[in-house]
Each structure stands twice: as structure tokens, then as C-alpha cells.
Design a protein around this ligand. Sequence first.
Ligand SMILES: Cc1ncc(COP(=O)(O)O)c(C=O)c1O
Length: 451
Amino acid sequence: MFNIEEIRSQFPITQKEFKVYGSDEFKKLIYFDHGASTHPPLRVLNKYIDFLKNYYANVHRGHHFLSMISSELFDHVYDTIYRYVKADSEDNAVILTSNTTYALDIAASVMSGIEGITLVSMMEHHSNDLPHRKRSEVQHFGLNPDGTINMADLEYKLHKYKVKLVAVTGASNVTGYMPDIHGIARLAHQNGAKILVDAAQLLAHKAIDVKPNDDIEHIDFLAGAGHKAYAPFGSAFLIGPRKILDEAEPYIPGGGTVVYVTTDDVYFAKSPDRHQGGTPNIAGAIALAESLKFLDEVGLDNIRQHEMELTGYALKGLKRIEGINLLGDFKLKDRLGVISFNVKDLSNNLVSSVLNYESAIATRNGCFCAHPYLHFLLGLTDTTELRAKLVLGEDIDLPGAVRVTIGIFNTKEEIDILLEELSRIAENRWSANYDALISGFSCNEVVLNPN
Ligand SMILES: Cc1ncc(COP(=O)(O)O)c(C=O)c1O
């Protein structure tokens, strides 16, 4: 059973308070920025610290107790990831790396030697677009007017080009929309292409099943990161077909990637070592595995249910506030708790700042590293003027939005406070003067917690 009080008690950050503008009182932090990074629960923190305190040693290179224990803990991480995404360890390799961007770039890199183009969806985070542009020819597949994937355009382009890879997000970091990744996999495979799913947003919020390698709906490559799944920063993974990974050039050749080296020859190791040059983030990987076990034990279906309820409740409330313009409007079953919006024509910097400084509500604002998708959702078809100003180095307010992302420990009461505060903002009733803040965007000492 999902008990929210019990869940909250496991996250020390839920106790955090900040002094807010115009009051001597401290207010409980309301954290709605899970889409950027999530906080580790106690058991993950304890695992992390326990490793640093008691077992800290490099892996695979020592015949002493610490190194052997460290190696064993590290090697278990792979098994946990296989289990978490239901992948077959015979056919697939897990490559441990530092963040989703690296994981996606490794996929782009290992596919770069294969003939064909990469099809990238128009709703991608830049991290699942720019690495492909750097390493292969890229074409984008389009969107429907409602901001969902245009499957007909994808199919058309799969026929038109020789496609080797389709790159698509498991869930948008702007709208939370979850494309039908298995339907896309089916189309890709029917046309001789592989699929890469960016699971950065999905990983901690909905159960993932990559399906067996011989299933037409199998996800070939999947990338995810610990810092968006209740583990510390600096640990992430890519899972992909062993055959492709082992035939590709090592991502960063160096220590740990070889079996044997002479002055004129190198015998590279198989995956994962082949693509894990240098010392990995051992403590981070162990903490990542612990967080995945934690999520599994709470139950991804329970988490999904809780977050769907909160998302539905928040959306209902937001739609009632005059002046709020939501980006994208999808069925609850097709989206995560990622909600982007603008308040009338107020700057997104201002709205986020008022929420923060006056109510200790943490949101994110800006373009969310997904400029093409955001422009589409905002109906910005002509960006010529914007580009011209950028080229001239002018200080411009980029078009953007405010984003609320819901996570495991959020509550209905927190959403009520958010809605109340947004109603106040929509009526232009904020207290402080933000003229300096919205351009400088720094913390001022009035609100900094001296503790
Ligand atoms: C969908 C998506 N993909 C990729 C990334 C990049 O993740 P990382 O910061 O772990 O490289 C993010 C980060 O916000 C994201 O939301």
C-alpha cells in the first residue's frame, strides 16, 4: 500500500523550510521540480554514505577486501538495472555513465558507424537530438496540432529514408506526454530501424518493460539517470544490444576498456567495459541501484496511481484559474505529472520567482532544453527576429513557460497551495518588487535561510 506520510518520512528534504518574503516565518519547501532532479530518500543516502565510509575502493583492479567488496556491489548494479526495465542480460549490455546526455550520446556514437539516417521526434530534449545531429544525418518527424507525435509522418519518413535509428522520448520533459514507444518500436522494426528511448523522465514514474529482443515492440536502446530517479547526481545508464555495442568503436578508449595493449595493437574488451573508459562513479551507481530497488518496492504502479491523481487534480485546478494557459492537453493516462503553463502575458521568470520567494514553491521555468517543441506549443512559427537578436548578442527574454513536475512525495495539500498562489499571481497580487530579480535571478539575502 502507498502511504504518503510513510513515503514523506523517508525524504529528509520534505522537512526543509525557507524564510519567505515579507514574513518572519519559515515556510515548508514545496518541491515541484522533480523533472529536473529528485532527492534521495534516506535508504539511498545511507547506502551511498555507507559505501563511502566503509568500502570505498576502486573496482576490478585489486585483490584486497575493499576492492573486492566494492566490485561486488558495483557488479550488482547491472543486475538491478536489467531487472528494473525487464531486459535480457544475454542479449543486452548496460553501460554505466554519468547522466542521460552521456548515455544518449553513447547510443548515437555506437550507431554512427551504421549506414542510414536517424529520425528524431520534434518533442525531444536537446540531449536526444543534438548528439544525433553531431554523429549522423538527422531528419525530424513531426507533431500533431495537439502536441502528440504524428505517427503518419513517422511512417512516411521511415519509408522515404533509409533509417537506422528512431530517437524518441519516453515522456516529454515539457508536457509529460508519453508517446506510444512500443508502437513506434513496431514501426521502426518493420522498416529495418532500431529505436532509442530517452527514459529520463519516465524512469521513476511509470514501469518500463523493454520486452524481449525478438519482440517486434522491443526497445533496443534505453537511457536513464539516477538524479531523476531519487539517486544522487552523476550516475546514469544506457542499455542496448550487445552485438551493436561490441562491434562499435569504444566510446572513450582508455583505462578499463581493454583486454590487452601492445605498442601497435589494442584488444578492446566487450561491453560494458568497452564503453566505460576510466574509473566509474562507483558510489553513484550503487546508490542508483538502491533507488531503483526502493521504487520497485514501493511499486511503480502505486507511484503512477498517486502521481496521476495529483496531476489530474492539479490540471483541474489550473484550468479553473483565469489567465493560465496550459501547454498541451492530453488524457491523463498518456501523460506524467509534468505540467507547463504561462500566466497571461507575465514573464515565466516572474511567476517562478513569486512562487519561490513568497511561498517557497520550487518550479522550473524557461525553455526546458527543448526549444523546437516549446516553440511549437507556443505557436511560434517565425523565429527570425529572435535569431537576429541572438546573433547580435542582445539580452533577450527567450519564450518559455513555468513547469510544475510532480513526484513521489507530493501531496494534494501542496497542490492546493500552488493553485492558491497562482490565482493570486493571475490577479497581479504579488508582494515584492521583482524588477531586479527577474533579470539577475539571484537569491537575495531577505529570503536566504541563515541555517
Ligand atoms: C527528457 C530528458 N532527456 C534528457 C535530459 C538530460 O538529462 P541529464 O541532465 O541527465 O543529462 C533531460 C533533463 O532534464 C530530460 O528531461
